[in-house]
Design a protein around this ligand. Structure first.
Ligand code: CMP
Ligand code: MG
Length: 394
């Protein structure tokens, strides 16, 4: 570790710390040798010697439990001090699986030491995060299995021009049908998926399926139909994203003008990098929309620089547009801003005629929501009328 600064020297036979004490730093041996040992009824049980270049005292920093063993110098020894912050920063920056493996190993060492000291393991504090890590790993494996077994499906929710009630496109939404328990609520797995490395392969599958389905949908809804596909930050910033997308559009003979990439405001946190990738997507002909606008991190500075053609207003605004004058004012300013930046608005979660009327009056013309249709599997989506007529609000 290149950032190590402090060195300490300890004379032969000096006890550095004792089992059961709180740990505040770890050590890398620069020269000399230390003994890791347990003490039972003043009898020393040696565990191991730690020599030049090796680290010790790391466990209590990572699992926040007391020192698992005592350490003393068996020669005059020089130690490099590793602070808790230095260690934790590196630990947390490592792969989740590696973190889990380390925790499992440390748990084993602690159990072993404890059984040597107390003759039993059951006085150990179980580290909950190890269990969480196991659960996460099991769930990730289950999702991988779901992908392999083709348990994912794409549903499509129509996006309608509220002025003439014509279906202009659809948002593709992933669904998971477990063969035994049936459909699993999207909120039970989508966040998890988006935060796992699996998202890249699931994302690839989504594009492939949507592109295949697009050709069928286009036959009914026309050549101008736009398929909106959600792209997570993890997918979007993956180095192969653009190349993969280009290959798939070529393979499935899809024109990028029929595809809209939905990215959340959070991708703006990547600032200039995000703008560069979005610019490249735009140059290839894809439409881009900002999803759930107003619910996350918004940088108006970046928004003005982004090649975005649509802003999606979140359902949480739409559902209060008639009930709360302050929300109405916010939506009004969103529409105003979108117009000034040359973007169209898509209102999400439109459920009532009254919401539709208010949005139309404000100048927001596109909508998706239960007023028109919920998300449907391909065969049912294909049966929707091209114009989903709704009565005028009284
Ligand atoms: P920590 O628990 O912070 O303090 C004692 C250190 O000794 C521990 O971190 C490990 O670095 C090391 N240690 C504890 N038990 C063993 C063991 N059984 N074998 C080798 N090293 C150990
Ligand atoms: Mg979306």
């Amino acid at each position: 570790m290149s950032t190590l600064k402090k060195q300490i020297s300890i004379a032969k036979d000096t006890v550095l710390f004792k089992q059961g004490e709180a740990g505040d730093c770890a050590y890398v041996v620069e020269s000399g040798k230390v003994l890791v040992y347990l003490e039972i009824d003043q009898k020393v049980i040696p565990l191991t010697h730690i020599k030049k270049g090796e680290i010790f005292g790391e466990m209590s920093l990572i699992d926040s439990l007391p020192r698992s063993a005592s350490v003393k110098a068996v020669e005059d020894t020089v130690l490099n001090v590793v602070t808790k912050d230095q260690l934790i920063e590196r630990f947390q920056g490592s792969d989740q699986l590696v973190q889990l493996l380390l925790k499992v190993m440390m748990n084993r060492v602690r159990k072993n030491n404890s059984s040597l000291t107390h003759g039993s393991e059951d006085n150990m504090n179980q580290d909950d995060t190890v269990m969480d890590g196991f659960e996460n790993l099991k769930f990730e494996n289950r999702l991988q299995e779901a992908l392999n077994n083709q348990e994912f499906e794409m549903f499509y929710q129509p996006i309608v021009n509220m002025q003439d009630s014509k279906v202009v496109g659809a948002e593709a939404l992933i669904r998971w049908k477990d063969p035994v328990i049936g459909y699993i609520q999207p909120d039970k797995f989508i966040d998890f998926l988006e935060n796992s490395s699996l998202m890249v392969s699931v994302g690839h599958w989504i594009f492939e399926r949507c592109f295949q389905d697009f050709h069928k949908i286009k036959g009914t809804f026309g050549d101008d139909f736009i398929m909106s596909i959600n792209v997570s930050g993890r997918q979007f910033t993956h180095p192969d994203f653009l190349m993969d997308l280009e290959k798939l559009t070529w393979k499935h003979k899809v024109n990028p003008k029929n595809i809209k990439l939905e990215v959340t405001e959070r991708v703006m946190m990547n600032g200039v990098v995000a703008i560069e990738i979005l610019d490249q997507c735009k140059n290839k002909g894809f439409h881009i929309s900002i999803d759930d606008f107003g619910t996350g991190y918004s940088s108006l500075q970046y928004l003005s620089q982004m090649p975005v053609s649509y802003l999606k207003i979140d359902k949480s605004f739409v559902s209060k547009v008639n009930a709360d004058p302050k929300v109405l004012a916010v939506v009004k300013s969103m529409v105003f801003m979108a117009q000034a930046l040359g973007m169209d608005i898509i209102a999400e979660g439109v459920e009532t005629l009254a919401e539709r009327e208010s949005l139309l009056q404000l100048g927001a013309y596109y909508a998706q929501g239960w007023l028109y249709s919920k998300a449907l599997p391909l065969d049912l989506f294909m049966k929707l009328p091209v114009v989903i007529l709704k009565e005028k609000a009284a």
